[in-house]
Design a protein around this ligand. Structure first.
Ligand code: SF4
Length: 417
């Protein structure tokens, strides 16, 4: 083996060779690939991550650390592993790996951003299970959006006439404790879906000319190999009526090392292609994530953010404003602020709706319009996204409508046409 070559882990399940993925978790196997000096420099390693790497992965090279398959292979997946780098609180300690509904997975990179002493640190709350997950409150359901009802074939949700949701995998590189799809991610499949299932879903889209927009989601599509992704993208792009393709992902935030130049080169072949990135908190905006977003933006990929409003995590106007400003700096447009979906065991994350309205009110007028996302509730039972806005309309008087501006000052607009 040449010195610049390295034995690394690479995703085999994504090969577009018609083979079924192997049954191991995520379908990863050993394979030799070449690295160049350029690859080594693809990503910075922030100070915190560097210290974490040296302490908990001594001897691991920067090359391995910056390899996304290495990150997945070395993720923390059990309470016992968490205890090696976190002081667990009683709430974190008393839930066992067997009891949790959604498996745990935290990449070493994201783990390096967690506060080892403070269980209430926002980032830590989003990925470390706590005993509250076992409390099921009224109105909570495992498939709150009733996606199962709108699924004509496996992997497809076809709710709106012109759009289809294509759930191309059930695997994520990090599992969020409030995940809407916790009923299917990380457990239904131990590896990515077979090509037969993927092909059948693509065939459904091909046979429905009304579908002009396909959203690839899951799970996280970017946990698939470049080859498997390209297999899917190229077939979708070959369908004339598919105008745009979107990918929903959290990878640039929890596994930015996945956004390699190779991947981006492939993605940009399938324009118009959009990315919706799941951001939660401004502390996620590290050098690595900035590098990933800038690389995607330089490839002409329009990006929007999707953020779930979470109690004790990002439910303060100041935190949210900081997040939206950081997003705009790396050319990600704040797109949606979601009210947290009522999945079982989510009450410790859910805020009153008035909190979301307060945040939107605290943004509109106080910062650029680009920084203000749509605040929506994805209606339980399959009603789709319903926007919520603070009320600026205050009624009608003598042919004028009365409006209240961001400073609560009243204005009239002639409305007698
Ligand atoms: S990345 Fe998305 S799909 Fe995966 S666990 Fe988080 S919210 Fe769920």
């Amino acid at each position: 083996m040449k010195s610049e070559e390295k034995q690394v882990l690479t995703a085999a399940s994504g090969d577009a060779d018609g083979q079924e993925p192997p049954s191991s978790y995520g379908g990863f196997r050993n394979e030799t690939i070449s690295f160049t000096a350029k690859a080594k420099k693809e990503f910075p390693i922030n100070e915190k991550a560097q210290a974490f790497k040296e302490r908990f992965f001594p001897g691991v090279s920067s090359l391995d650390w910056n390899n996304w398959q290495w990150q997945i292979r070395n993720s923390f997946t059990s309470l016992k592993q968490l205890e090696t780098f976190l002081y667990l609180s009683p709430e974190e300690k008393t839930i066992s790996d067997r009891e949790i509904n959604l498996p745990m997975r935290i990449t070493p990179y994201y783990a390096s951003l967690l506060d080892k002493c403070n269980p209430l640190q926002p980032l830590r709350r989003t990925v470390v299970p706590v005993i509250d997950e076992l409390i099921v409150s009224p109105g909570e359901e495992s498939d709150p959006l009733s996606e199962g009802h709108d699924s004509p074939v496996d992997l497809i949700v076809h709710r709106y006439p012109d759009r289809a949701l294509f759930l191309i995998t059930g695997i994520c590189s990090v599992y969020c404790r409030y995940c809407t799809r916790s009923h299917m991610v990380g457990k239904k499949e131990k590896s990515h879906p077979s090509l037969n299932k993927i092909d059948a879903a693509i065939e459904y889209i091909r046979n429905h000319p009304e579908i002009r927009d396909v959203l690839l989601s899951g799970g996280d599509p970017l946990t698939m190999s470049d080859n498997r992704l390209e297999y899917i993208l190229s077939r979708l792009r070959a369908i004339q009526h598919v105008e745009i393709i979107r990918i929903g992902t959290k990878v640039p935030v929890v596994l930015p090392q996945r956004i390699t130049s190779e991947l981006v080169k492939k993605l940009k072949k399938y324009h118009p292609l959009y990315l919706s990135i799941h951001f939660t908190h401004p502390e996620e905006m590290t050098e690595e994530t900035k590098a990933a977003c800038n690389r995607l933006a330089d490839a002409g990929i329009p990006m929007g953010s999707q953020t779930v409003l979470l109690k004790g995590v990002n439910d303060e106007t100041e935190i949210f404003t900081k997040l939206t400003h950081e997003l705009l700096k790396v050319r990600v447009r704040p797109y949606y602020l979601y009210q947290c979906d009522p999945i079982p065991g989510s009450s410790h994350f859910r805020t009153p709706v008035k909190k979301g309205l307060e945040i939107i009110k605290g943004l509109r007028g106080f910062t650029s319009g680009y920084a203000v996302p749509h605040y929506v509730i994805d209606a339980p039972g399959g009603g789709g996204k319903i926007p919520l806005l603070p009320s600026y309309y205050k009624g009608k008087e003598d042919g004028n409508i009365i409006l209240s501006n961001y400073e609560n000052k009243k204005y009239k607009y002639p409305d007698y046409m």
